[in-house]
Structure formats: C-alpha cells, structure tokens
Unconditional design. Structure first.
Length: 140
C-alpha cells in the first residue's frame, strides 16, 4: 500500500513538473550581487576541465565572492571553486586555510572563517573541484 502511494505521489510530481517549468520559463531569474560579480570577472572566458587541486603560492590571489564562489587568479587563468556550501562565503570574514600540501590548494583542504571584527570562528567552507577559466581567443 505504501509503495503504491509513493509511486502515485512521484507520478503527480512528474506531471506537475512541465507546468512549473512553463511558469518559471517566463520569469527572468535575477542574479545575486555575488553572481553578477563572478559573471563580470569571467566575462570573455571559457571553462576548462575541473581539477582536484591547483598550485598556489600563498593565498593573496584568493578572492571571496559573497554567497557564490572562491576565485584564484594565476596569470591568465582564473580558477573558480563553487564550493559545496557557497552560502557560507562572506567577504567580510577572514579565511584561515588548513592545507594538506603547502604549495597546492585542494578540495580536501579546510577553510575556516573568522569574523573580522570579533575574531571568533564563524563557519567552514567545504571546497569542491577547481574550474579553470581562460580568455577565449578572438578569431578574425
């Protein structure tokens, strides 16, 4: 009986999905400030193959984009980590990075956040894969 109820509920959900898709297709999705900042940063760039780790020398080029992602600039490449919990990214917090390797930043590394004003722990960022973005060559 319970199995039939679950199947019926799933079927209703599938039937309702196209109707919901039509409703949302008409409404433009508004970007957050963080998404707008990231879009501007990546304008004219193309995504490459994601990697587990990137080579870094210090973290001075690591930028927090509020509620969206972390970005690391390395020469002509911008590496973006969308993290597993982007809502925790707050550019007013200080990042304390606990690395397993001194010259690389990997998805297994831990980033603790500390409130800039009180000095208290304010959260953790869980990294994901790093996506490289490079400028697209203009053919002409």
């Amino acid at each position: 009986m319970l199995k039939h109820l679950a199947l019926a509920t799933a079927a209703l959900g599938l039937l309702a999905a196209p109707a919901q898709a039509e409703e949302t297709a008409e409404e433009p999705v508004e970007m957050t400030r963080g998404e707008e900042k990231l879009a501007k940063l990546l304008e004219g760039r193309e995504a490459g193959e994601p990697r587990q780790c990137i080579r870094t020398f210090g973290s001075r080029n690591l930028t927090q984009i509020d509620g969206t992602a972390l970005a690391y600039r390395d020469g002509k490449t911008i590496w973006v980590n969308y993290t597993r919990n982007p809502e925790s990214i707050d550019d007013s917090d200080v990042m304390v990075i606990r690395r397993f390797d001194g010259t690389s930043l990997c998805r297994t590394d831990q980033i603790h956040l500390v409130d800039r004003f009180s000095g208290f722990f304010s959260g953790v960022i869980f990294l994901d894969e790093f996506v490289p973005y490079t400028k697209v060559d203009a053919e002409g």
